[in-house]
Design a protein around this ligand. Sequence first.
Ligand code: AMP
Length: 275
Amino acid sequence: MFSISRKLRRENKTVGFVPTMGALHAGHFSLVKAARAQCDIVVVSVFVNPTQFNDKKDLEKYPRDLTADAAMLAGFDVDYVYAPERAEIYPEGFSTYVYVEDLTESLEGASRPGHFRGVATIVTILFNTIRPDFAYFGQKDAQQVSIIKRLTRDLGFEMEIVELPTIREESGLALSSRNALLSDDEREKAAVIFRALREAKTAYKGGERNALKLTEIVQKAIGEEPLAKIDYIAVVDRETLQPLDKIGDNETMIAAAVYIGDVRLIDNTALNRKQ
Ligand code: AMP
C-alpha cells in the first residue's frame, strides 16, 4: 500500500481515505461518496483494530464480513480496499503507541480505558501508510474526530480531516455496525437515544443554556425505556471535550452512551454548531 501511495503522490493525484472497521452501512458509504466526489483516488481500509478494544468479548463479537464489504465498495467506485492482516499492522514486538493527552480520558475514554490510544495508534499507522490528502470521519464518533484533528495537527500530517453528518435510520437511530447485534425489538427501542437527544436540542433552541438541565432531559427520556441503561450523558465543548455548566458561544455537543440490552451504543447532537 505504501508503494502505491508513493506512486500516486508522484502522479499528483489527490488521495481520499476512509478508515473503517468493516460491517459497512450507509454511514460509511456517505464518507466514501464524499471522498469519491472530492478526490482522484479513493482508499477505504477495513481493519478491526484490536488495540482499541478494551473488552476482549466485544472484539470477538464485532461483526465481520469482508467479502460483502468489498462487493459493496465496488459499487461505489472505490480504487483500493486496504484490509491488512493483524500482523501487518502489529508485527511481533510492536511497541509504539500514540497517546493524545487531555482529549482521550473523558466520555468514551473513561468508559473504555485505552480505547483512544488504540484509535490514535491505528490512525497514525494508516495515515503514514496511505498518506492521504483528505481523510473522512463521521460525526457519530465526535470525540474521535476531535482527537484525530488534534493528532493530525500535532504530528504535522499534511492533510485535511473532513467530518460528515451522522446517517440515521428513519427512527432516528444512528447507523452503526453494532446495530447488527440488536434484536428487532432492541433496535426499535434504541431509537429512544436520539429522541432524547433531540428533546434536549429542542430545549436548547427554546433558550435553555444550563447543561445540567439539558442532561436531565436526556436522562428522563431514556429512563422511560426499560431496556436502556445509561453509561454517560455529557454536555461538552466540541473541540476541547471539556464538560460545561453553561452553554456559551463555543461549539457544544450533548453526547450519550447507552446500553440497549448488552449492546453499547453512542450518539450525539451538536447544540450550537457554527456552519
Ligand atoms: P467504524 O467502522 O465504526 O470504525 O466507523 C468508520 C467511520 O464511519 C468513522 O469515521 C465513523 O464515525 C463513521 N460512521 C459510523 N457510523 C456512521 C454514521 N451513522 N453516519 C456517519 N458516519 C458514520
